[in-house]
Design a protein around this ligand. Sequence first.
Ligand code: NDP
Length: 510
Amino acid sequence: MASAIAHAIEVRSPADRRVVGTIPVLGAERVQSLAAELRAAQPAWEALGPDGRAKVLLRWADWLMDNERRLSELVQSESGKAWNDASFETTVSVEIINFYTKHAAEWLAPRDVPASGPAGVAKKRTLRFRPYPLVGVITPWNGPIGAPAMDIVPALMAGAAVLSKPSEIAPLSWAECVRGWREDVGGPPVLGVATGDGATGAAVVDAVDMVMFTGSTRTGRAVAARAGERLVPCSLELGGKDAMVVLADADLERAATAATWGGMMNSGQLCISVERVYVEAPVYEDFVAKVTGKVAALRQGTDAPGMFACEIGALATPAQVDIVERHVNDALERGAKATTGGHRSQSGLYFEPTVLRDVDHGMACMREETFGPTLPVMRVADETEAIRLANDSTYGLSASVWSRDAARARRVAEQLEAGSVNINNVLMHLFQFTLPQGGWKQSGVGSRLGGAGGMLKYCRPQALVSERFALGPEPFWYPVSPRKARLIARGSRLLGAHDWRRRLGLRPRA
Ligand code: NDP
């Protein structure tokens, strides 16, 4: 259908900028026809039931594992990730499939619910869930397989068909996963991929019944506006500026190791990366020294498949390198110091893993999302100042608190304005699939994953009400009469009042 393909995009390796693939850019017309094909296949998919759908998804999980190395190579070629990060994509996807296939039947089962009061005793109430027929899943480039998998798995298990839209920056590995679903696994045509650019993403929003969007706050706002015009629901996972609060009684060795991993994993290109660190004054110098040593020891590069020889890979785009460089230079010009790193590389899209000390809250590195391998570390007087500064952000995705005193850590955690807070750890909430993960403030609307809610958000609840007994007409039905009205009023008082005098229609004693 060449006429509906606007043009093609070359995908380049961030490591050496060679072209590693080409994708068609689907125009709005092709997106609509793809959506129609998926819709046509959805009823049979829903009718399979959770157990039938789980069988297909588990076959796909086997396929992901059997093709793990090939898929990780594809991820690496288009994202420039270190092998360690690239190979994580299929691992987390299989975990998600296992989780939702295990619980879907229980969570989707229709359930009887109790009456809200005595007036409802004659009724039977059943809550059941029907999927949105077609869900659009739009994802960014930083987790080419893991990010779409997090959303498409619960949507498919809910019984929806899914039209996915990966980023034009790294679409190859996800397109291959969808091809594998159709051609190798023999999955029904309920999973589609619309490759292309931002306009293709906008066309997906126009074609579906519910949108799950992960990406920048700016684009999320545009998606929400369009979904609002169409009156279709959307769930948004957006940017973050996650704070790490290190109190003076923390295990500094563990905190510094965690900051290094949490700030540098995936070259800092995670929405939940540690983006800023607040350290109580008595342990500031010690923490900076430890974290500097650990970050300086990191090996950077896009290592050969299977080598596990580098911790940090490339950044995904030239624009991303520019943002990191701007944040670092802004900090240095305003008086911060780089204790390690601080520069972009001469070739490839790399930026040295960087620790910045003596930063303050006027600097871009403390206020804007960096999405790169930097750790700005700020000295704070006490926990009150740490909480105030951590909350002084438009974002509220996740955070962490470090202290040996469990009660103190909990007290601080509960005051942080973030959808998830780790105590004495970083990023770990992402792997607790039984908990909701949603951003507060400008980090999101709704939540991703998270037990039953993470799947039921792809469903429309349906309330069924039926009669327990064969009765005559309801008291409210026509015709109205003074006698009937008096009886209803008496009955309402008897059931609704909170003291006996009112129940009997008497005035309360003064
Ligand atoms: P974008 O918001 O630019 O893009 C995200 C996705 O939306 C891409 O597939 C993009 O396509 C698509 N898109 C672009 N314009 C539109 C539109 N008008 N309508 C619908 N879809 C559109 O984010 P990035 O790709 O730059 O991703 C990086 C950002 O994502 C980070 O800054 C971070 O804030 C955020 N992020 C959040 C995560 C979270 O879970 N909260 C996880 C990871 C990233 P295309 O790329 O082809 O233009």
